[in-house]
Design a protein around this ligand. Structure first.
Ligand code: ADP
Ligand code: MG
Length: 724
């Protein structure tokens, strides 16, 4: 099929009806998850209590209990037609990994039976040598192992029982995203609990919450299959702007096309059956761009659910004749996709620590956490940016769409005023909810209706939105754990330091609330006018101002990764027990290596497509034009009537030459880069190549503008971007 047939076919495609679920959402929500309800039904009392102690209290599970738990799980799984089991983990690649084992074993009587025991549940040893490890594990020692994470429930996907696991090397280093995330969550809880106990001695645990918003694009699968660049790199490497793209703002929140709505519906039903609380769906700003978001949850589980959702999106999109694009910048000239990470902390007694409280005490607790989070973000602003940096997210960083390549925090008017006021008043002044104490002279106040009324600033990468912070810089295809590990660990470090400062004030004989305020004041002074910035993050003036404030403005991704091994980061991560220095070094090797490979693949695809697709199309048109000119010359003796054709021919010649020369130069640059020894140095060289992709793209997009539409081999932006 040629391009015009594919376009026609995509246009007339009707929606595939979504499946019809049995009953209301609440009837089937979580039916494929081994949750508490199933634990109570399928586990014996002893196993149930041991498992709950393990999940809630972090107590280890012994082998006998694990056997008991496995027995119950097996019974439940077989009732659902399960035949296989897998440890489901998150190596340092995009996406998750799984190796399925059938449940069968010989029964000793010539047949087979289904088996599943505590050992299979608790641990597996996949051959780890084919996963990125940054040299932690030499290939001759190919053993890494996966170990069950009981805090994330087991679930069923098709015929397979999936067990969420961590993935670690034989010598104990983390080879995945989950292990450090869990350590960071423990660190932030351990650091936050003693501070909460100033306010409520009953607090024993602090949870970190994550509510992700997943943006994505859909394209028709027929058109997708005709774009080698999309298929191999996940983004278009060239393509002239469509005359109409997002300039009319007519896609955001518009009616969802029926084909897309059916896909979303199926995705939601599947997600709900898997216990993922998907809540919102809508059209995003760019054509063909959409978003979904669940109700927020505990960070480790929420992150697993995001990984699973990305997986489900890929599968379900295909059932609807679409391919989902999770790349951060699949199309130039229209917005890219991110994954806002809404983040907050809360106690096991039900208090939200980043939302105003009910009384002065609650408000002081809120301000305490609010200010300390900002201090952590300020201290580690470069590192936080590094935590979201990747070869693919680089196209969004610093472009005029979230996020700017500078991590600052948006507070909004109310909280900015509160902080200023706190510096002026005596340390024992209560922070009231407005209106409660009558006329408010000299009081520090927070408006009663706050959460719904907080102002928004879409240009800030880290914005306070009333009861949480929204880290907007995370990439759409990233594992949220990268950002969440760094943020939670940085906050943990800050809270530890803060606790020491408060205790020093208490030792001077001060009352707790005064001691807290006296410890907060110097921090407030240090963050106002540095990390706090409510203005437009996209302007050049802000960049200059940020440099004056000492914020990190680096845009070179391989260089950003160096933040992870600077002394401040090593100290923070080791003190909080999240990464060892060895792990940090190894992970940077992986990051540079991944960066190099991604750019290398893009550059190869681009050069090959330029030579095999673009130049031949241009030459075909050029040949047709030359034939016409020859004919004209024969007929009229001159080319007077062929001015336009001559001009087009000129342009084609110029662009083709430019493409040819630049493609050749890119190949040479790759050769030179490949010969460089160190991962970091090679990544720096590939950063230059990444930049030069834009240069090669320009003449190709110009050719698309002049070459006969019928001869152009690749679906154009205007054809890819408008699902009807
Ligand atoms: P918006 O586009 O206005 O930011 P959405 O409704 O698309 O809002 O997404 C907001 C996300 O923030 C949801 O996932 C929601 O559950 C989550 N969220 C709300 N409150 C909190 C909180 N306290 N902590 C973490 N996430 C939260
Ligand atoms: Mg949001």
């Amino acid at each position: 099929m040629d391009r015009s047939d594919l376009v026609k076919e995509s246009f007339v495609k009707k929606e595939v009806p979504a499946s019809i679920p049995a009953g209301k959402t609440s009837d089937y929500f979580g039916e494929l998850v081994f949750d508490r309800k199933k634990m109570c039904k399928y586990l014996d009392v002893e196993s149930l209590h041991a498992l709950l102690d393990c999940i809630e209290g972090g107590k280890p599970l012994d082998r006998k209990t694990a056997d008991g738990v496995a027995r119950g799980m097996k019974e439940w799984a077989i009732e659902h037609g399960v035949t296989h089991v897998t440890h489901w983990f998150q190596p340092l690649t995009d996406g998750t990994a799984e190796k399925h084992d059938s449940l069968i074993d010989y029964d000793g009587k010539g047949g087979v039976i289904e088996t599943f025991d505590g050992k299979m549940l608790a641990q597996q040893e996949p051959d780890a040598s084919s996963f990125p490890s940054g040299g932690i594990r030499a290939t001759f020692e190919a053993r890494g192992y996966t170990a069950w994470d009981p805090t994330s429930p087991v679930f069923i996907l098709d015929d397979t029982l999936c067990i969420p696991t961590v993935f670690i090397s034989y010598t104990g280093e983390a080879l995945d995203y989950k292990t450090p995330l869990k350590k960071a969550l423990k660190a932030v809880s351990d650091a936050a609990v003693p501070i909460c106990q100033y306010f409520d001695p009953g607090v024993t645990k602090v949870y970190s919450y994550l509510g992700w918003e997943q943006e994505y694009f859909l394209v028709d699968e027929g058109l997708y299959s005709a774009r080698t660049d999309l298929m191999i790199t996940g983004r278009t490497l060239f393509g002239h702007n469509s005359s109409k793209n997002q300039q009319l703002d007519d896609h955001y929140f518009a009616a969802i096309p029926p084909r897309v709505a059916a896909f979303m519906r199926d995705l939601e039903i599947t997600g709900h059956r898997l216990g993922i609380p998907i809540k919102t769906r809508h059209n995003e700003v760019a054509p063909n761009q959409f978003e979904l978001a669940p109700i927020y949850g505990e960070t480790n589980l929420a992150n697993d659910q995001n990984q699973l959702v990305m997986n489900l999106m890929n599968r379900i999109a295909r059932q609807h004749g679409f391919v989902v694009l999770l790349h951060e910048k699949p199309f130039a000239g229209v917005n890219g996709s991110g994954k806002h990470n809404n983040w907050s902390l809360g106690t096991d007694t039900g208090t939200q620590l980043l939302a105003p409280g009910k009384d002065a005490k609650g408000n002081l607790q809120f301000v305490t956490f609010f200010v300390n989070v900002l201090a952590a973000v300020q201290k580690h602003n470069g590192l936080l940016k590094a935590s979201i940096a990747s070869a693919t997210n680089a196209h969004r960083l610093g472009a005029n769409e979230a996020p700017p390549a500078i991590v600052s925090a948006f507070l909004g008017r109310t909280m900015t005023d509160v902080l200023h006021k706190l510096l002026e008043v005596p340390s024992d002044t209560p922070i009231e909810i407005a209106g409660k104490k009558g006329k408010s002279v000299g009081l520090v106040e927070i408006p009663e209706i706050f959460v719904d009324n907080t102002d928004r600033n879409r240009t800030s990468p880290f914005a306070f939105t009333g009861n949480r912070f929204e880290f907007r810089a995370v990439g759409s295809c990233a594992n949220c754990a990268g950002a969440m590990t760094t943020l939670n660990a940085a906050v943990a470090e800050q809270l530890i330091a803060f606790k020491a400062a408060v205790d020093a004030e208490i030792d001077k004989g001060k009352k707790t609330n005064v001691a807290i305020m006296d410890a907060l004041k110097p921090i407030i002074k240090s963050i106002i006018g540095v990390v706090c910035f409510d203005g437009n993050g996209y302007t050049e003036e802000w960049k200059q101002e940020a440099i004056r404030r000492g914020l990190d403005v680096e845009t070179n991704v391989p260089k950003m990764f160096c933040e992870f091994t600077k002394p401040a980061a090593v100290e923070m991560f080791t003190k909080t027990g999240v990464y060892t220095e060895k792990e940090l070094l190894a992970r940077n090797e992986v990051k540079w290596e991944t960066y190099v490979k991604k750019v290398q693949i893009e550059s190869r695809v681009m050069v090959r497509m330029a030579i095999n697709h673009i130049i031949p199309a241009a030459i075909a048109y050029k040949t047709a034009l030359m034939k016409e000119l020859t004919l004209a010359k024969e007929l009229f003796g001159n080319l007077d009537r062929c001015g336009t054709e001559v001009r087009i021919l000129d342009r084609i010649d110029r662009y083709v030459e430019e493409v040819g020369v630049k493609a050749e130069a890119m190949k040479e640059a790759r050769k030179a880069a490949n010969a460089i020894e160190g991962e970091y140095e090679r990544a720096l060289a590939y950063h230059e190549i990444a930049e030069s992709l834009y240069d090669l793209r320009r003449p190709i997009d110009k050719l698309e503008e002049v070459v006969d539409n019928k001869l152009w081999p690749l679906p154009k932006y205007r054809e890819l971007l408008f699902i009807s």
